[in-house]
Write a protein that binds this ligand. Structure first.
Ligand SMILES: NC(=O)c1ccc[n+]([C@@H]2O[C@H](COP(=O)([O-])OP(=O)(O)OC[C@H]3O[C@@H](n4cnc5c(N)ncnc54)[C@H](OP(=O)(O)O)[C@@H]3O)[C@@H](O)[C@H]2O)c1
Length: 202
């Protein structure tokens, strides 16, 4: 699959590496432009350095930028109509150790993104655990659970398949309005690490 990633911080570069290793074609963008992407992602993985517009033109695009940049990115670039936009963001105004969380007054980050990109299917995933934890080693007989939320079943299924391909156990929980809020910073599923037993072949 052709997959776009916007952001080459820890989230963007880790997902680019894992998805490229799984055999996908990656178009990766950041704010500094294509010339800086290879340096950010590193030499061990083959990805195509792209503009944000090109990354957003893919059928699946991951939004891996700071929350405070989301409006700018989506105001200046339009994700593919009918495409899947994966929201990996957390609603930090500033990161830990001086963390400040945005007060959305009852709204949620993913629903705001869905309104900013109304022609896409937004799926929320990859925000509930620090990336240092998400791919940390664990026993062989378990998989780390990754919660997924979205309003379109087919889009959630597509992203769940990608999550499984990179070694995690997807757990689709429901809509952005309900499950997405539970997964958001401060919600009961944020920072919750679960390990699921791997099913043995009969
Ligand atoms: N780090 C984690 O463990 C973790 C876990 C779960 C969720 N998250 C969330 O995932 C998102 C990304 O986290 P991160 O740690 O990877 O962030 P980060 O290190 O701050 O990197 C952010 C990336 O976004 C890019 N960016 C910023 N503005 C942009 C713009 N206007 N156009 C294109 N690219 C732009 C930056 O480009 P440059 O490289 O050119 O500056 C950078 O590559 C955040 O919302 C974070 O809260 C993080």
């Amino acid at each position: 699959m052709k997959i776009g990633i916007v952001g080459t911080g820890l989230v963007g570069k880790t997902l680019a590496t894992k998805l490229a290793e799984a055999g996908h074609e990656l178009l990766v963008a950041n704010s500094r432009g294509p010339a800086s992407v290879a340096e950010s992602v590193g030499p061990t993985v083959t990805v195509t350095a792209a503009s944000v517009a090109d990354a957003f033109a893919c059928d699946v695009a991951f939004l891996a930028v700071p929350w405070i940049k989301v409006r700018d990115v989506l105001a200046t670039n339009i994700p593919r109509e009918g495409g899947i936009l994966v929201d990996t963001t957390n609603i930090f105004l500033s990161y830990p150790p001086n963390a400040r969380i945005d007060d959305l007054k009852g709204d949620s980050g993913s629903e705001i993104i869905a309104r900013l990109a109304p022609k896409t299917f937004v799926v929320k995933a990859f925000g509930t655990l620090p990336f240092a934890t998400m791919f940390a080693p664990h026993a062989e007989n378990v998989k780390r659970v990754l919660f997924v939320a979205g309003d379109d079943k087919a889009a959630v299924s597509t992203i769940s398949d990608l999550i499984a391909e990179i070694g995690l156990q997807p757990l689709a929980l429901g809509s952005l309005a309900v499950a997405g809020r539970q997964m958001e910073l401060g919600g009961p599923l944020s920072a919750l690490e679960l390990l699921a037993p791997v099913k043995r072949e009969a």
